[in-house]
Design a protein around this ligand. Structure first.
Ligand code: LLP
Length: 420
């Protein structure tokens, strides 16, 4: 369920015509629906309402402060993977006691920053990280609450680039080694074991891999119990998929039901790290047609958004639906929607049946709320685009369009260049 609909042939976000936003702030622009964000967060969080749980929104999917503040206001925490994400989260008012820190390469300064912020838990991903965290905590006279991120070796049946819980993936620690690391952790006085965590992949369209992973975590917890190591938090990561095209992912209610059935215990606080399922279908990328051209019998619509603004099609061959902002009567034709970047891989859609578009027409790239802006770059020296949030008949800019001056901020020409 989302709030992007046509009213009299005009695509609207809630009660605002998308064309009105483009007229005010220009294109390309990311547009997010407040009602959709709120509904998706509540649907997910509410599905676990009858068990002890914490929804830690995975902010890598979209880290705009406005979204973080919205979810924090509804009781959410966040899953972070860098010092930068921690900074954003704290800056947006997220409660540090609801922050979990995952990631295979946490730097010394990341660990120090998170420790002094007193976050809920570090999801440790290697024996060396465990030792480093212990050392930092001892130096600071603190105890770091940890879980070990286990790699449960289950196949999430998703795109290989976004599957993370197979034994060939770099993430987490295998179950056998994890047991040794838990044992080690009990001898370190800078850390306190509080949880077990995993994240098996993203854009999953079935619940069975989650249930399989949970089974493995439960077995591990049982083994730990025999070693007198007790667990309070069970972090299942994120990964629930959404509909981009014709996928039929389980509803959060079903997902929650299957997990709760397998859980069958109220001993642990469940932690969930959803990203895409909350924000994916709550955002669109609006772009303007610059040129229509036909080359070697292939039709191209060159638009003002590019792979630097939305990387998913180029990187994963991901499908995003394309919709006209104003419905145009007449013939449809097969075309590629491409950006201005000097790479053949710069496309937003390939061989797509679309309206016969003309320069200045606006189109919406749908389902772009997750891993859209957050993966954008300034490649080809294209300033990062504007982001807007709509609430009913109002909208506000939540990130201004970058300027050319922003592009060179921090750069300098070394004095020795003048020596020639
Ligand atoms: N927790 C951890 C530890 C993760 O690594 C991720 C995503 C999540 C939670 C959230 O997963 P979600 O609920 O959003 O599936 N850029 C790719 C997706 C990469 C996901 C990386 N990790 C894409 O655009 O499809």
């Amino acid at each position: 369920m989302h709030h992007f609909h046509y009213k009299q042939n005009e695509l609207c976000c809630e009660d605002v015509p998308v064309s009105a936003i483009a007229a005010k702030v220009g294109t390309p622009v990311y547009v997010y629906s407040h009602a959709t964000l709120k509904q998706h967060f509540d649907a997910f969080d509410g599905a676990f309402g009858d068990v002890k749980h914490l929804t830690c929104y995975s902010m890598k999917s979209n880290s705009n402060k406005a979204l973080l503040a919205l979810f924090a206001g509804r009781g959410g925490g966040v899953d972070i993977v860098s010092g930068g994400e921690l900074y954003r989260a704290l800056n947006a008012g997220v409660d540090p006691s609801k922050i979990v820190f995952s990631g295979v390469g946490k730097s010394l300064s990341d660990l120090e920053y998170a420790l002094s912020s007193n976050i809920l838990m570090f999801n440790v991903e290697s024996p060396q990280e465990l030792l480093k965290l212990n050392r930092v905590a001892r130096e600071k006279g603190r105890k770091a609450r940890i879980s070990i991120r286990v790699n449960p070796d289950v196949d999430p049946k998703t795109h290989p680039y976004i599957s993370t819980g197979l034994k060939e993936n770099k993430f987490g620690i295998g179950v056998e080694e994890a047991i040794r690391q838990y044992e080690k952790a009990t001898t370190l006085n800078g850390v306190e074991v509080v949880g077990v965590s995993c994240h098996i992949g993203s854009q999953l369209t079935q619940t069975s891999p989650f249930v399989d992973a949970l089974k493995k975590l439960k077995e591990l917890i049982a083994q730990l119990a025999k070693m007198n190591i007790s667990i309070r938090y069970l972090d299942l990561g994120g990964g629930l998929g959404i509909t981009y095209d014709d996928e039929v992912p389980p509803h959060p209610k079903q997902y929650a039901q299957d997990i709760k059935t397998e859980l069958a215990s109220s001993e642990w606080t469940l932690i969930l790290e959803p990203g895409r399922v909350i924000v994916g279908n709550a955002g669109i990328l609006v772009t303007k047609v610059l040129y229509a051209k036909t080359s070697h019998e292939k039709n191209f619509f060159v638009v003002d958004a590019a792979m630097n603004d939305l990387m998913r099609p180029s990187l994963y061959g991901a499908y995003h639906a394309i919709q006209p902002v104003k419905k145009i009567p007449g013939e449809r034709l097969k075309a590629d929607i491409v950006g201005p970047i000097c790479e053949s891989g710069d496309f937003l859609a390939k061989d797509r049946l679309v309206e016969t578009l003309a320069p200045e027409d606006l189109i919406a790239v749908m389902s772009a709320g997750a891993y859209g802006f957050s993966m954008s770059s300034t490649y080809n020296s294209r300033p990062r685009v504007c982001e807007v949030m709509v609430r009913e008949d109002r909208f506000e800019i939540i990130r201004t369009r970058e300027t050319f001056a922003d592009l060179v901020r921090g750069e300098s020409i070394p004095g020795f260049l003048g020596e020639d």
